[in-house]
Unconditional design. Structure first.
Lengths: 340, 307
């Protein structure tokens, strides 16, 4: 845990670091590296990282919560896909079980499921998932006033200035923002590109650009990466072939090939932590429940050091996260207006 | 599908809002012709994609609404889909506080503003199941156009549980994603702030091909759409049987009066779906059609009718 000295900036609220845990091992790594909270999902399609070999059984979550609580950390359970019509039981049971196990918060996206959780578990702390894409004060007040949602994970569409203005309008509702990792370029939860190409989507199946639909085709001039049979990118001989995430591909529009939506890049806001803290954000979220424990530990340590430095009135240490970002490329994404 | 087996409950046709940035005079003339000639029950107007476009059509909106209403069309006012600024919220509040017209919420914030009076829910609000539907109905939703990626069995389950009228997108490019970033501007190396309204250059969307020149998507400013046009002429009967009461046609650069006539003909049983599909293809030269989502497949797939 943090050993920050007496804060030199008592005017600033110390944001929680919310860290990914795709496995029990990653949960332990994150907690030991200084995470205030870890977020996890059950091993099924109730969460938006429904990848093979990831996530928690009921028993693993029970043990994970006990471990985190013993070390002063919280566990947030993401149940953030949209329940399938006619079969809400899987999602309802996930809410019931997470609440019964003492999860510190449930992260939900679907209006019907938020309504269910608020009615059945009025004592449970509810967070609104980024997948709900609540991008303005009216939307946030809707979830806060009607269901008692206490924190909103903001979609990656707002600038830091807009986030600061938003926070001033919605207090005491808290905001959580992504600070590192994979980056959606579309408003989250409002994108069906993956299902258009593959039949599987984040909202329904908890997967985007799923591996089962990925192919790498070797040709004379290099390697072509495909998703659902569509060419997403092409790599020359010796060039590392990146994963074909649909919105990070190269396409031809207006007569030229380009990374039309976004380059294969990772979000890294280490350099703008002072701005995000001043904007009144309550929690910083690190993406990557699909990542290994070494990745999680390195990122958590870097952001732990960064947050503690800002709170102590020191500059953010220049920590090298290049090695672990996608293709070594980094962006501050929508937090700067020029990104749009 | 034999036309005589269609159920007899009435079906309705909605013309969705024009999602593209058409020149204001062209848009006005389009709606005038729709008012005068198209066999449609409801017509949605209003900017859904980008608030920067709104001022250009605003001067024409009152006469368009008046002409549509005078022609017996139900006028529906569609809201923006991605609301981020106070200015955009104010626009939505004006819409929500207006009297006399049904408003279609395309963002949860707008549904919240409309709570307590009858309103419509557009396909860009996530209604994936009966739980969310029930909650929105409790707020006043009387009509819900479902998201694109739902399959027929899911639609049927929702329709069975619905008190509200269930609407399905049946023709045109499907809206697949919305972003803060403008890809029409980005494709031309412009920032959104200085976009020069280049999205107007592509009144049917900017085609997005793969590096192998395969048509894939279409860009409409901040919105990403399917390259393929949805065509559910062959599925209308099946969807009616599942309880779908209303079908949405998205305006494209095609003769929408003629497109509406084909869908009306199939719904009325006066036109066979196969014949209508052939006519539709003739009305949309070069267009590729899809119906994959309805069949539980990838959205771009075209599943042939099996009878």
């Amino acid at each position: 845990m943090s050993t920050a000295a007496e804060p030199a900036r008592p005017d600033l609220v110390r944001p929680e670091l919310v860290c990914p845990a795709g496995t029990p091992a990653a949960l332990k790594s994150a907690v030991e590296a200084g995470a205030d909270c870890v977020y996890v999902g059950f091993r099924d399609e109730t969460n938006a990282r429904n990848f093979p070999g990831l996530n928690f059984s009921r028993k693993e979550l029970d043990e994970g919560i006990a471990f985190a609580h013993a070390h002063g950390a919280k566990v947030l359970v993401a149940i953030n896909t949209f329940p399938r019509a006619g079969q809400p039981e899987l999602w309802h049971r996930a809410v019931d079980d997470a609440a019964a196990m003492g999860a510190d918060a449930l992260i939900l996206a679907d209006i019907g499921l938020v309504d269910y959780a608020a009615r059945r578990h009025p004592q449970a702390r509810l967070h609104l998932s980024v997948q709900a894409a609540a991008s303005n004060p009216e939307a946030i007040r809707f979830y806060a006033e009607r269901f008692g949602v206490q924190r909103v994970v903001l979609p990656r569409v707002l600038t830091v200035q807009e986030i600061a203005a938003l926070n001033a309008k919605i207090r005491p509702v808290e905001t959580e923002v992504f600070v590192f990792g994979g980056l959606c370029v579309m408003a989250e939860g409002r994108c069906a590109l993956s299902s258009y190409a593959t039949g599987q989507s984040p909202n329904v199946n908890g997967v985007c650009s799923p591996a089962a639909h990925v192919r790498y085709v070797e040709q004379a001039g290099g390697i072509t990466s495909q998703l659902g049979g569509f060419t997403i990118n092409r790599f020359g001989p010796g060039e590392p072939a990146g994963y074909p995430t649909l919105c990070k591909g190269r396409f031809v529009a207006d007569g030229k090939a380009s990374y039309l939506f976004e380059e294969p890049t990772s979000l890294n806001t280490l350099g703008m932590l002072p701005d995000l803290i001043r904007a009144g954000v309550t929690a910083f979220k690190i993406e990557g429940r699909q990542r290994g424990r070494a990745y999680v530990a390195a990122v958590v340590q870097a952001f732990r050091a960064g947050v503690d430095a800002v709170l102590a009135g020191r500059p953010v240490p220049d920590l090298d996260l290049d090695r672990i970002t996608e293709g070594g490329r980094q962006t501050t994404g929508a937090y700067e207006k020029a990104w749009r | 599908m034999n036309a005589s087996t269609l159920p007899v409950s009435p079906s309705f046709l909605t013309l969705g809002p024009v999602l593209f940035n058409w020149r204001p005079e062209a848009l006005r003339d389009f709606y005038f012709r729709i008012a005068d000639e198209a066999d449609l029950d409801s017509v949605c107007v209003g900017e859904v994609v980008c608030s920067k476009r709104t001022p250009f059509f605003a001067p024409y909106l009152p006469e368009v609404i008046e002409r549509l209403a005078a022609a017996g069309k139900e006028v529906v006012l569609s809201s923006l889909a991605l609301i981020m600024s106070e200015r955009e919220l104010d626009q939505a509040r004006d819409l929500a506080q207006g009297e006399g017209w049904l408003v279609e919420a395309n963002d949860v914030s707008v549904a919240a503003m409309l709570a307590g009076k009858p309103f419509a829910v557009g396909p860009l609000v996530n209604v994936y199941n009966e739980g969310t539907l029930a909650y929105l109905q409790s707020l006043g939703a009387i009509r819900v156009c479902l998201p694109a990626e739902l399959s027929a069995p899911v639609i049927g389950t929702i329709a069975k549980a619905a008190a509200a009228e269930i609407e399905v997108q049946a023709f045109g490019r499907l809206p697949l994603a919305i972003s803060a970033r403008c890809y029409a501007a980005r494709a031309r190396n412009l920032a959104k702030d200085g976009c020069q309204y280049v999205c107007a250059d592509d009144p049917d969307g900017m085609p997005v091909d793969t590096l192998d020149d395969e048509p894939f998507l279409a860009v409409n400013g901040t919105q990403t759409m399917s390259y393929h046009y949805m065509d559910l002429l062959a599925e209308l009967g099946m969807l009616r049987g599942l309880g779908v009461r209303r079908f949405r046609l998205w305006p494209q650069q095609a003769d929408m009066v003629a497109v509406a006539r084909l869908f009306r003909g199939v719904l009325a049983g006066t036109l066979e779906p196969e014949a209508a599909a052939a006519e539709l293809a003739a009305l949309c030269p070069g267009v590729e059609f899809a119906n994959g989502y309805i069949h539980g497949r990838e959205g771009h797939a075209l599943v042939e009718a099996d009878d």
